[in-house]
Design a protein around this ligand. Sequence first.
Ligand code: GDP
Ligand code: ZN
Length: 308
Amino acid sequence: MQKGLVIRSTGSWYEIRNTDGHIFQGRLKGKFKLKDLKVTNPIAVGDWVLFEVEDEAENTAIITDIVPRENYIIRQSVHKTAHGHILAANLDQAVLLATLAMPRTSLGFIDRFLVSAESFRIPTTIVFNKADILNDEGMEYQQEIMDLYQSIGYKCLSTSATEGEGVDAFRQLLDHKVTLLSGHSGVGKSSLVNAIAPDLNLRTNEVSTFANKGVHTTTFAEMFELAPDTYIIDTPGIKELGLMDTSKEEVSHYFPEMRDRLNQCRFHNCLHFNEPGCAIKEAVAEGEIAESRYMSYLSMIEGVDNRR
Ligand code: GDP
Ligand code: ZN
């Protein structure tokens, strides 16, 4: 029996890295029992599993058990009744790569990501890349946005993958951690990762010939080892995380600056929309909660379906 980390998955095959760094292609033991989760995939990238080597020469393995997860992120099916899909497990943190240059990341997108990460209890840092192409006004605005998110409690970092600014801080941020690295395509994910791990080559490393035959891989996360004990998880093609099963009343709990004020609203089930005696709306009016955050909140409760 060996223990290993699932670093790639196609849904039927799992690439496992054992503690010595050897790679095996594993599949589930026939009578492997799904734990009671309502999900389509029993095992995801980032899972630690127990396995037996099946064929030494072929490096194939049979997975017999899964180590209990610290956390996981899941993508809910658009059909609420259908099962969700676990994207990745055992994350230490998320890094949202954004840019206020081109292609500019909207604050709404940042807020939706942060709310998802809060719902999964994953601490998040926002990295603002392409600082080199911002003019003075742009830099001032970036500082304003960084101050806003830092005041809420999110760590922020300014980087330029091309000029090298902030790259060391980015490396330190990832050091000895498993990090979900997210962001729209074009913000500089590959450039930044290549700047700290030039040998990796994020884009060409994608195809695992053995396991991926004929399988559409884009919905599956992949894990890359940047340095010993340092992994990033990339979820290609997945822009949004989605929320953990959430009701409208719960959304404000995932805005840290709202969380502490909720018991001051007159109604305990206040949605902070147009109810009288709402402490959240008061805080927005007094400038204690940013208007952009409140707008994001409103657009999110519109999107939350309360049928559960
Ligand atoms: P990805 O899709 O997020 O992986 O983005 P890429 O790393 O492929 O970068 C997209 C484009 O932005 C490329 O043309 C990069 O050269 C450019 N780019 C990435 N980072 C920076 C940066 O910090 N400054 C500038 N000026 N361009 C960048
Ligand atoms: Zn309220």
